[in-house]
Design a protein around this ligand. Structure first.
Ligand code: PEP
Ligand code: MG
Length: 589
């Protein structure tokens, strides 16, 4: 949203606070180039062939630079993607086919490139899912777009090499855009699309980079090299200042001083146990997406991993990870958190998360489609491989397994049956595995709230996925900034649902955790504790504040707060009361 407009391209925008902090830097606009081909009659065929060959060569060079930069930062496992793309760009037989079309049809290098590559993409897309070559479609498409972009004389835009202190400005940032991102150079991220729990928000939170989403109109207003201040010091609203005035700079400096004092208050006593003043122990766990996040999570004070988003292991690769690769990754997590536990969530693909190694049919309504547990139940081979890897990793520590998107007993039964199958197979093959692994489910579909009494009989714990639960309770897409005002994170219905889940779980002697973004929200934490939640899983950087807060409150106060909140009828009123409660714990700053 544009707030005001003054001289010298000084503008202020506001959006949704996605990841806290203050970032200052230079605008780096990320746009996927418009690869439009206009029709053209070719008179000089040798010249056209020369253009094709030099563009393919330039693509090979670009890929080689990219490969080396990714290898230096992220290691060989990421760099090999570019090596295999280089092989496609160098493929003499493909170039020869394109040349032939230029000659025979007198068509331009762009049109001929398009024709030949499109035919390969169609051919590979139609292959059987089990055929390895199918997973190469994404690479073929990437190479094709790269050569076409060079032919059209357009510059390369990717996020793998960035100038120092860049604030990324984009319409949207998809997982594939961020996989290679040069995070050391990024001081902020701003997108037009997305909601508070979209991929980019979760990623920015995990990396500790300030981010704003749903900032409508920003891409049209900013120019590369504009100075930007991104202020996400307020959890309600993010502010983006383009070429800010001196007064804004001074205001930001004052905010930074206040934040610093509050941080000092939080960081005191971080080595003390996480218990309320009246002795209620709360487990603070981390949400992680890969092995590299484990140590920083432990250093931040996490005692366990409450949500291991296993899909990122699948997303960072052009082929599906083998049982052995998965086992090693899960084992590493178990060993890193040997004094706590690690909850591995089975593959949650679909919705906004796609795999290049497993192209899925496009659905009209992907968040209500074949995603998460539904998808893995439809691909039993893939699911069994993952279940085996998790069961095997359980030998090396306290590993628990969690199924995402359970809507009721039928899919839970089906998942448990496959779990049993995996156990039987491992037993027969004499491969060591954890025979008593605890099984839990995410509660993120409203039907699971109403079935919690029954589901609690079959599992050991519930972890409430408030990101999805909120979107399904309120029928407001978590990624769609047009309905972000309806995606009410503090809606009374969300807390009534948590209360119901805790009641049902406690009846069966089960525990309840929260692994959605709400679990790390400092305003929500006292309320969730008061509702009877005993585990909170969050982005590692939210842990110090959560642990300070828990040590500041008593369970009795938190329960009183919860009773008061459950009487309120709007999210605004709830926020107001929670904010007052939080402020009462802050020292005077
Ligand atoms: C959730 O839905 O709250 C959750 C933790 O899962 P994800 O954000 O990965 O969908
Ligand atoms: Mg979810």
């Amino acid at each position: 949203m544009l707030l005001n407009n003054t001289v010298n391209n000084r503008m202020n925008f506001s959006g949704i606070a996605a990841s806290p902090g203050i970032g200052e830097g230079t605008a780096y606009i990320f746009v996927n180039p418009n690869l439009f081909i206009s029709e053209r009659v070719v008179s000089d065929i040798p010249e056209e062939i020369k253009r094709l060959r030099s563009s393919a060569m330039a693509a090979v060079l670009e890929l080689s630079v990219l490969k080396e930069s990714v290898r230096a930062r992220l290691g060989d496992e990421f760099a090999h993607i570019f090596r295999s793309q280089q092989t496609i760009a160098e493929d003499e037989s493909i170039i020869a086919e394109i040349e032939e079309r230029i000659r025979d049809n007198k068509s331009s290098a762009e049109e001929s490139l398009c024709y030949i590559f499109e035919s390969y993409i169609t051919l590979f897309s139609e292959l059987d899912d089990s055929d390895y070559n199918k997973s190469r479609v994404a690479d073929i498409e990437d190479v094709y777009k790269r050569i076409l972009r060079i032919l059209l004389g357009l510059p390369d835009v990717n996020l793998s090499t960035l100038p120092e202190k860049s604030i990324i400005i984009a319409r949207d940032l998809l997982p594939s855009d961020t996989a290679m991102m040069d995070i050391d150079q990024i001081t902020g991220m701003v997108t037009e699309l997305g909601g508070a729990t979209s991929h980019v928000a979760i990623l920015a939170n995990n990396l500790g980079i300030p981010a704003a989403v749903g900032v409508t109109g920003i891409t049209g207003a900013v120019q590369n090299q504009d100075r930007i201040i991104l202020d996400v010091s307020d959890s309600e609203k993010a502010l983006v200042y383009i070429n800010p005035t001196l007064e804004i700079h001074q205001k930001i400096e004052r905010t930074q001083i206040t934040l610093k004092k509050h941080k000092a208050q939080i960081m005191k006593n971080q080595d003390k146990p996480v218990i309320t003043r009246d002795g209620q122990e709360i487990t603070l766990s981390a949400n992680v997406g890969s092995s590299v996040e484990l140590l920083p999570a432990r250093d931040a004070g996490a005692s366990s991993v409450g949500l291991y988003r296993s899909e990122f292991l699948f997303m960072n690769s052009n082929s599906l990870p083998s049982e052995e690769e998965q086992y090693q990754a899960y084992r590493k997590a178990a060993e890193c958190f040997e004094e706590g536990f690690v909850i591995i969530r089975t593959l949650d693909i679909g919705g906004d998360k796609q795999l290049s190694a497993l192209p899925l049919p496009v659905e009209d309504n992907p968040f209500l489609g074949n995603r998460a547990l539904r998808l893995t139940l439809s691909l039993p081979e893939l699911f069994l491989t993952q279940l085996r890897a998790i069961l095997r990793a359980g030998v090396h520590g306290s590993v628990k397994i969690m199924f995402p998107m359970v809507g009721g007993v039928p899919e839970l039964d089906a998942a448990l049956e496959l779990m049993n199958q995996a156990r039987i197979d491992l037993e027969r093959e004499k491969i060591p595995y954890d025979r008593s692994m605890e099984i839990g489910i995410m509660v993120e579909i409203p039907s699971a709230v109403w079935m919690a009494d029954i589901l609690a009989r079959q599992v050991s714990f519930f972890s409430v996925g408030t990101n999805d639960l909120t979107q399904y309770l309120l029928a407001a897409d978590r990624l769609n900034s047009n309905v972000s005002e309806y995606y009410r994170v503090f809606d009374p219905s969300v807390f009534k649902a948590v209360k119901e889940v805790v009641r049902a779980a406690k009846n069966q002697g089960r525990w309840v955790g929260i692994c959605g973004e709400l679990g790390g929200n400092p305003l929500a934490i006292p309320l969730l504790v008061g509702l009877g939640v005993t585990e909170l899983s969050m982005s590692p950087r939210a842990i110090p504040e959560a642990s300070w807060l828990i040590r500041e409150i008593s369970l009795k106060d938190a329960e009183e707060l919860a009773n008061r909140i459950l009487e309120l009828d709007t999210d605004k009123k709830i926020r107001r009361v929670l904010r007052e409660f939080y402020k009462s714990k802050e020292i005077n700053i």
